[in-house]
Every structure is written in C-alpha cells, then in structure tokens.
Design a protein around this ligand. Structure first.
Ligand SMILES: [Zn+2]
Length: 114
C-alpha cells in the first residue's frame, strides 16, 4: 500500500509537468531511490501501469529506477562518505559513530517525452 500512495503522488507530479510543459506523450521517467527508502520499484511499475493504462499521455511510459549510493556521516569528525554497508567505519578518523544521511524517499530526476 505504501507504493500505491507513492505512485499516486508520482502521477500527480507528472500531470502537473505535462500541463506545464505541454507534453503530449511521456516516454521515460527516471527516478532516483534512496537506499533506505524501502520502496519496491516493481510495485510502483505495477500500480503505475494499472492507473495509467487509459491515459494517452502517461500510458506506456517506461519507468527507470536508479538507487542512490548510501551516504554515511561520521558523528565524530563530520566526514561524509559513501558506504556499501549501514554500519561503517569512518575513513578519516576510524570512528564507528556513523549515521546514514540519505533521506527516505524517491524522486523524479528527469522525464523524457515529446
Ligand atoms: Zn570520522
């Protein structure tokens, strides 16, 4: 259900963009997903297809998802670095007092259409 409400807001954003930029057909939408967002791209695709199947502008648009790198901040020296893991050791001071700084969301990076 989480993905369902996200899909609804994505469609709202796209509809605004469509009327603003007078797009007649959206071909591709590029998304960026936070690694801590717990969003299933397949579910978004599924709901998007269901909700836009009758839509001449949005129907058949391809959704592409790109997961952001996990960014970690060191609480001791304030260094911010990329990490594969949630618990990481700071490359600068060696401290393990670290925290993920990515926000918990999904955003539209770009839209391709005509
Ligand atoms: Zn540090």
């Amino acid at each position: 259900m989480h993905e369902y409400s996200i899909t609804i807001s994505i469609i709202e954003i796209l509809r605004e963009l469509i009327s603003e930029k007078k797009i007649s057909k959206i071909e591709k939408v590029n998304f960026e997903i936070s690694p801590v967002a717990h969003i299933e791209p397949g579910s978004i695709e599924f709901y998007f297809e269901c909700l836009t199947s009758e839509d001449p502008v949005l129907g058949n648009a391809k959704l592409l998802f790109n997961t952001q790198k996990t960014m970690v901040s060191c609480m001791d020296c304030k260094e911010i670095f990329e990490s594969e893991k949630i618990s990481a050791v700071c490359p600068r001071c060696g401290g393990s007092n670290t925290k993920i700084v990515n926000t918990d969301d999904i955003r539209i990076v770009s839209v391709e259409g005509s």
